[in-house]
Write a protein that binds this ligand. Structure first.
Ligand SMILES: C[S@@+](CC[C@H](N)C(=O)[O-])C[C@H]1O[C@@H](n2cnc3c(N)ncnc32)[C@H](O)[C@@H]1O
Length: 269
């Protein structure tokens, strides 16, 4: 799909695109819009190659737009597909990775030697490095579906790299983990809240008393839909949320707001 330039996608347009539906090369907006809102959404879609077709009541693209839409939702800019859409790859900046694993909620440093820690969407290993820095004696399982990125995770006897989607990995019923540290993809094609699925899957892989440390989309704090409420109730019941400063991921290529979620699995489960 040829796309010309990259333009910023306003927050409200991202929310609308996140709820949109694609079918083949058509994109259907699911939200009722005012004329001025529609114009802004249409301008963004046009930049990505979509043209409104009144008869179809959809924007028509030259090919399936699900991937570019997911990239725009995740990054806050329209992707320049002359380059490559990188399956929502936004590396965790080192200071944040350190804060996640060494902060007051972590418990990583206290894990005993040989304890198993999971990074289920490991990218090039930013969190893997931080985990081992916080506790050099744990064993990290790093799952990453993109083989080029997985290959960049430094070879280390304390790290098992699994080139796989998290979904396929979890289906193999891997043994429980003492902790999961994750910055999952926020949105994937036609899965606008994939990060929630990944969080719940990760939770199910924890030992009783295990700790979940996760980056999530900033919309966690305010979206009114039932699934967001359920996620907030779940996190509040087991831990808490820290809102991260705006532009935390700017150096990694996204303006998306984000939060740091932490939750500890009850010891009796
Ligand atoms: C936001 S990046 C974070 C990378 C890394 N966790 C970090 O903190 O630097 C999300 C990563 O999820 C990977 N990813 C995409 N779909 C995935 C899936 N279904 N299962 C596991 N990882 C996935 C992407 O390839 C990308 O490397």
């Amino acid at each position: 799909m040829a796309v010309r330039t990259s333009v910023p996608v306003p927050e409200f347009v991202r929310e609308i695109l996140a709820e949109s539906r694609t079918e083949g090369n058509k994109l259907f907006l699911q939200t009722q819009l005012t004329q001025s809102e529609y114009k802004k959404v249409d301008r963004v879609l046009h930049t990505m190659g979509g043209k409104w077709n009144r008869r179809e009541r959809a924007h028509i693209f030259s090919s399936d737009p699900a991937e570019v839409i997911a990239a725009a939702v995740a990054s806050g800019t329209t992707p320049n597909t002359v380059g490559k859409i990188l399956e929502a790859y936004y590396a965790t900046p080192e200071p944040l990775a350190t804060h996640m694993v060494a902060g007051e909620h972590s418990g990583i440093a206290d894990l005993e030697a040989g304890a198993r820690v999971l990074e289920p969407s490991a990218g090039e290993g930013a969190l893997v490095r931080a985990i081992l820095h916080a506790n050099p004696d744990v064993h990290v399982t790093a799952v990453e579906p993109n083989p080029e990125r997985a290959a960049k995770i430094a070879s280390d006897p304390r790290v098992s790299v699994v080139v796989s989607s998290f979904e396929s990995f979890a289906a193999t019923a891997p043994g429980p983990f003492a902790a999961v540290v994750m910055n999952p993809p926020f949105a994937l094609p036609n899965r606008p809240t994939v990060w929630m699925e990944h969080l719940y899957t990760a939770w199910d892989l924890l030992v009783p008393g295990g700790q979940l440390l996760a980056i999530a989309h900033g919309s966690y704090t305010w979206r009114p839909e039932r699934k967001y409420q359920a996620m907030r109730e779940f996190i509040t019941a087991h831990g808490g949320c820290e809102e991260l400063p705006a532009r935390t991921f700017a150096t990694s290529g996204t303006e998306a707001n984000s939060v740091f979620l932490h939750a500890r699995r009850p010891a009796h489960l």
